[in-house]
Design a protein around this ligand. Structure first.
Ligand code: C5P
Length: 218
């Protein structure tokens, strides 16, 4: 169906992004990377000298950044106040600050409204931590994607051109800890979500698995 909504949640570095983009492309659906939106707000806070570990300071300015997501799965874009931040939001500085910023309810509320507006048009694969549980519980298909922490770290450091896998694993685990432990919209498997452990699988295998789940939808 052209109105299909697929919610893809899971731990950091589990292969959610690559899987979501390929599935969207293969099905002719749009793609929304909500992690990029949280990263964009985090980048803005850092850029404006806001102390990202001071939740009150972050909350006080949460209404200011204007985040816009482009939803082409082959070329997703992200801008803040009109500035292209696709590269800037992937720096270790942003990656290290995004989980604390994402605990702030004012930040989440702001993005929740934006996310629901984009998803409401239908026909989309949406990737994040709380899509199936909070943002769009009525999704046609919900996935909860995980992988072994050391497998995630090995893949991620290969993507990063051979960075230290042990350090990468620490960063991934710390993000998972904060994302799962926060009070507002914590990372967890949503009711009705299909759990996919990607540890023993290649990307192509996971994509085929998901396409099969979509095909089997009532
Ligand atoms: O998906 P990605 O790793 O880019 O997400 C970056 C961070 O954004 C996550 O670690 C989490 O803190 C936050 N996030 C969130 N809710 C979402 C998507 C991402 O809290 N729906």
């Amino acid at each position: 169906s052209p109105d299909l909504v697929v919610a893809v949640d899971g731990t950091s570095g589990s292969g959610k992004s690559s899987t979501s983009r390929q599935v969207a492309h293969r099905l002719g659906l749009r793609y929304l990377d909500t992690g990029a939106q949280f990263r964009a707000i985090t980048w803005w806070m850092l850029h404006h000298g806001v102390d990202v570990h001071d939740a009150d300071a972050v909350a006080a300015r949460a209404a200011e950044p204007v985040v816009v997501s482009g939803t082409d799965p082959l070329e997703p874009t992200i801008t803040v106040d009109g500035e292209d931040v696709a590269t800037a939001v992937r720096t270790p500085e942003v990656t290290g600050a995004v989980s604390p910023v994402s605990t702030v309810p004012e930040v989440r509320a702001r993005l929740l409204a934006l996310q629901r507006e984009v998803i409401g048009a239908g026909g989309i694969v949406v990737e994040g931590r709380d899509i199936g549980s909070v943002v769009w519980p009525q999704a046609d298909l919900k996935l909860y994607v995980t992988a072994d922490p050391s497998a995630r770290a090995t893949r991620r450091s290969a993507e990063e051109g051979g960075s230290d896998a042990t350090a990468t694993e620490q960063v991934l685990r710390e993000r998972d800890r904060i994302d799962s432990g926060r009070a507002t919209a914590p990372l967890r498997r949503a009711d009705g979500a299909v759990e996919l452990d990607t540890t023993p699988h290649t990307l192509d295998e996971v994509v085929d698995l998901v396409l099969g789940l979509v095909r089997d939808l009532p």
